[in-house]
Design a protein around this ligand. Structure first.
Ligand SMILES: Cc1ncc(COP(=O)(O)O)c(C=O)c1O
Ligand SMILES: [Zn+2]
Length: 427
């Protein structure tokens, strides 16, 4: 059973078996995976990871499944690119882009779904399901196709075409709900109680969320077994944000980082913080749905849910499940949170496209605007090693940037072309 001892409640510490469970019966706290790190530390090594598959499954020792044949469409091991044009534009000399928009279904969600789908098959489910802001639906439908099991995906009805088609193409049962994501999620929680389906982000959530740790591992490995000084991340539920931090700390505690001594995980292994992990975790949300950033910036330790109104639909979760844990990570990492003005999101998408040749979706526009704010304000110093996470693909949110289309309209003659060109150059 992999290197997993079971599940534990994050709030009251009650223990549960490794089953399709996500909340504590006693206090309704979220459940998390408990690992046998003593055994993991005996087997894991940089060499073992480097010789593994070119996907998230190279980190299988730290994932909650020992399946020989995981549900794998090759999520992960995406490029980490040293920025040039963007770095110059922002006055940063040591900036990297983690380009997770090139995953198989074009977002980082393939990482979490690959783990959840593998567990679902292990548990004997024949239907994979989710409540989605868009990207998750695409990924769940794709992984169900790969596993040859059924998929039922629930989305808010106002999503972008690229996300609807990007899910429908794999032939799931697509359920379009007239409501917000939070309403979709509530409906799905009820359905999960009544149907024997594996909802990746409900009854599979403890396993699912672990997949995002690989975004931390990969950056550390690709930087040569060291951590950045800053990371900038887009958040909705806050889960990915907390798991990247967890991934950094696991690598440090297991002695996988250059010059870092291994350390015990302590009593609450899910909140372990190795003192050598000094990466500052910067969260970005869109102003139209920024419950976590607002809580942080007003000094609250609880999250006030909001009704989303943002063009960053993939980040439109008004009641974020991992919000309070994300606040703790911001605090422990000496990080920050920023609510990006809605009007800066499209500029962020264009900035990345024009300076680096990467077309990201609105969530990427949010994180780019956040990065620019951190650079302009001096919170990131020019030589500090910074990684910005680009988590989704621009082809899925074309509506947001349609105004960029402004071609030279010409007849198929040289004269017509030259007239149009000189007219454009005059403009
Ligand atoms: C492209 C993209 N980036 C980031 C996120 C945020 O992930 P999390 O809910 O783990 O905060 C999402 C969530 O749907 C997403 O689709
Ligand atoms: Zn509990």
């Amino acid at each position: 059973m992999a290197f997993v001892n079971g599940l534990i409640c994050r709030e009251c510490g009650r223990e549960y078996p490794t089953e399709p469970l996500n909340v504590c019966d006693f206090c309704f706290g979220p459940l998390e995976v408990v690992y046998d790190y003593a055994t993991i530390s005996e087997v894991i090594s940089r060499e073992r990871i480097s010789n593994g598959p070119i996907s998230i499954w190279r980190y299988q020792d730290l994932l909650p499944s020992d399946a020989d044949d995981p549900v794998d469409i090759m999520a992960g091991y995406t490029p980490l690119i040293k920025a040039r044009g963007l770095a110059k534009r922002l006055g940063l000399n040591n900036l990297y882009i983690k380009n997770d928009s090139v995953n198989p279904s074009f977002s980082f969600k393939d990482r979490v779904v690959s783990v959840a789908a593998t567990k679902a098959v292990e548990f004997g489910f024949d239907t994979l399901a989710c409540a989605s802001t868009g990207n998750l639906a695409c990924s769940v439908a794709a992984h169900a196709a790969r596993a040859q099991i059924d998929a039922v995906v629930f989305i808010p009805s106002d999503l972008e075409r690229g996300k609807i088609i990007g899910a429908a193409i794999y032939n799931p049962t697509l359920v379009s709900v007239k409501g917000t994501y939070d309403e979709v999620n509530r409906l799905c929680s009820e359905i999960a109680d009544n149907y024997p389906w594996a909802f990746v982000n409900i009854n599979m959530r403890p396993y699912y969320a672990e997949g995002s740790k690989t975004l931390g591992y990969e950056v550390a490995e690709q930087l040569g077994w060291r951590l950045p000084d800053h990371v900038v991340i887009p958040s909705a539920s806050g889960a990915m944000f907390t798991k990247i931090w967890k991934g950094f700390n696991e690598f440090a505690c297991l002695g996988l980082l250059d010059g870092v001594e291994p350390m015990s995980f302590g009593a609450d292994q899910n909140t372990a913080h190795h003192p050598a992990v000094t990466t500052r975790m910067h969260m970005t949300q869109a102003a139209g749905c920024a419950p976590i950033a607002t809580a942080w910036n007003t000094g609250q330790t609880h999250i006030q849910p909001v009704r989303p109104n943002s063009i960053a639909k993939s980040l439109a979760i008004g009641n974020p499940a991992d919000g309070i844990y994300a606040l703790r990570v911001i605090k422990n990492s000496n990080g920050s949170a920023y609510a990006v003005p809605e009007e800066d999101i499209v500029d962020g998408i264009k900035l990345l496209a024009e300076t680096e040749g990467i077309f990201t979706e609105t969530a990427g526009g949010v994180v780019m605007a956040g990065l620019k704010n951190l650079a302009d304000s001096g919170a990131i110093k020019p030589d500090e090693l910074t990684v910005v996470y680009i988590t989704g693909n621009g082809l899925k949110t074309q509506e947001a940037v349609e105004s960029v289309v402004d071609p030279l309209m010409v007849k198929p003659t040289m004269t017509s072309f030259e007239e149009a060109l000189s007219e454009r150059q005059r403009r």
